[in-house]
Design a protein around this ligand. Sequence first.
Ligand code: ADP
Length: 453
Amino acid sequence: MRGMVGSIEQVFGMPVRIVSNSGVSLASSSREAPLCAMINEEPAGRRACGAIVSEVKRLRVTSSEGATHGCFTGARYRVVPIEYEGGTIGRAILGPYLPPSVESVPDTLLAIEGIDPARAAELLPHMARATEATAEIVSKHLVAVLDVILWSGHKALLTSKMHIASIRESYRELSEKNAALEQAYERQQELDKLKSNFLATISHELRTPLTSILGYSEMLVGGIAGELTGPQLDFVQIIQAKSDQLLKLIMSLLDLSKLESGTVMMRRSDVAIGVVLAEAASTVAPVATKKGVTLTVDAPGDLPLVLGDPERLRQVFVNLGENAIKFTPPGGTVQMVARQMATEADVSDEPGMVLLAPLRQMVEVRVADTGIGIPEAERDKVFDPFYQVDQSSTREHGGTGLGLSIVKRLVEAHHGTVHIEGHEPTGAVFVVRLPASRPSAPPSKAAISVRFA
Ligand code: ADP
């Protein structure tokens, strides 16, 4: 606004001042005219000038045309209202300017005590000059420019207010959602804890009577309570098998709940994978032999060690071996083959040159069977708890759908990966990759090659 009033003074030579309704000066272009400065040097002049200024300030301006007021110097002031949205918000004061009719120092100025007529005559021509018509045009122009400034300023103010309001609203909504999420997260954690406790308690409560059922069945089969007839023996053996199945389910549920809640303790040591594979194979070998499935294990002697829990790793390969035998028809083969491989360390989210990424030594185990295989679309889903590809065929094979989810979690707990590939012409290959132990650890030395048929 200050720039605008300054440029009006420059273009039209007329001083301008803008004041608010309460009389506060908002912008002023006027340097004091030399004649006015001279008058203000005299006490009587100062008083007379002050009286004119307060008359101008109090001037009633009713129409948008404004009003004019004269000064004892012969100069005039034009006062126009500044209106916005139907109300007056301030006024613009143009002047003092001399109309062309004032050619010499008027008597009203000379009548003031202490005024030097010669100096007054010398300074009078330096006052701004304008006709009333010019003053009116300038005031109209000024009002029009002020209108635009006010409108755009007000619009910008409204827009920013709206922005601030919407940001406040979004912030409030976000805070509410955050609080709700935090609450839900805490509740979820509580529920998780409850679930784990519940599972642990229930499993314990189920395991105790189940152990008795298994124990007594064994005694019955062993003939401790007398010789059983053929059908009696069959029935007791069914009780035994089903109780065994139930016990496995309970153990798997317990394992999974512990893995999910992160409460599994791992005893880490340098592990020779070949030895783990041979142990796992010997655990599942009786089932393979009974079914007529050939089971082999091959691991080279220079295989690096893996830093992990041998018991947990054995559980991984027992699960994979059991599945492979379960889904392979008699006459088929299941092979567990270990080898060393190097992969690029994952540097995708790090800055720097990818080409220089260090290679990471891994131990890869492929558990390949010649069974029914797993369709490509199902290969990720089978790692979800309780997921089974074909419920009807698994009913025939038994199983809970928990084995692979436990395998995946255990492998990931060793910072490894597991995925499934197809096997030609038929069958599935489970590929487990585990990071090798520290480079300083010696390789596992003895090569392992086992065959159960
Ligand atoms: P379970 O074997 O107890 O049903 P898993 O989690 O071990 O549960 O396996 C989930 C499902 O994945 C199995 O029901 C089966 O459909 C499929 N699957 C697992 N291993 C194999 C395999 N070697 N060949 C074919 N299908 C398999």
